[in-house]
Design a protein around this ligand. Structure first.
Ligand code: URA
Length: 232
């Protein structure tokens, strides 16, 4: 395939825009800046734009360490969408594989693969999610038992599925909670039903995918092949 056609497909741009991009010198083929759109690529060629390998533009699987103040949806008039934290081509193809509230921080998965995200979000697959929770009031002695038995949330017919709680620091009202479903505001509503209040919420894990500690709030990285495969 010609280099300019490859850029159009990979970045979702027009032939004219591809020509401009090539002129800028930001496109490299096997590490060497290339300005010729007519260049014929072979499968072995590595094309990069601004040092980002374009072979990665296809199915993309991203983990973001979401800071507070960003929504996992389109702009809502008050808050920025977490998409503004990504510097990616073809942004319109990406979607959130599960959401966090605006004030919740931590692991958010983003992809353009609908089947993959369905495995994470569909209630049928009961994908585990682990949250670090800080409560306003002390952790009740009966919480672990009640969370295992299932909690009756307001406006829900069924009890929540058994959840696992582990106290991290009782003096700080800090615990880890693993749930297997993703109802609206679920963790906050579970503790509200227990008569407490979530002060701070941070997601650390989705299925086998653990938030990379090297990611500062607002940073993201591509998932590894093992992380991607763990969802299927
Ligand atoms: N449960 C909540 O209450 N909020 C979140 O953001 C995620 C889970």
């Amino acid at each position: 395939m010609r280099l300019d056609k490859f850029l159009c497909d990979a970045l979702g741009i027009t032939r004219k825009e591809a020509t401009k991009l090539l002129k800028s010198g930001e496109v490299t083929v096997d590490g060497v800046a290339s300005k010729s759109g007519a260049l014929k690529l072979t499968e072995a060629n590595q094309v990069a734009w601004q040092e980002r390998p374009l072979s990665q533009v296809g199915p993309r699987y991203i983990m973001l360490n979401k800071p507070a103040g960003f929504v996992c949806s389109h702009e809502d008039g008050f808050n920025h969408t977490a998409f503004v934290l990504l510097d990616e081509p073809k942004m319109q193809d990406l979607h959130f594989a599960g959401r966090l509230d605006v004030d919740t921080t931590g692991l958010v998965l983003i992809t353009d693969d609908g089947q993959w995200s369905h495995r994470i979000t569909s209630p049928k697959h009961k994908c585990d999610k682990t949250y670090r929770v800080w409560l306003a009031d002390s952790i009740g002695d009966d919480y672990a038992e009640q969370l295992t038995q299932g909690i009756q949330l307001r406006n829900e017919r069924e009890l929540t599925l058994p959840a696992h709680m582990e106290v991290v620091d009782a003096s700080n009202n800090e615990l880890l909670l693993t749930i297997h479903e993703g109802k609206y505001h679920q963790v906050k509503r579970m503790f509200a039903a227990l008569g407490n209040k979530v002060e701070q919420l941070h997601r650390e894990r989705v299925g086998a995918i653990v938030l990379d500690e090297a990611l500062e709030p607002g940073d993201y990285r591509y998932l590894t092949a093992d992380e991607i495969a763990s969802v299927w």
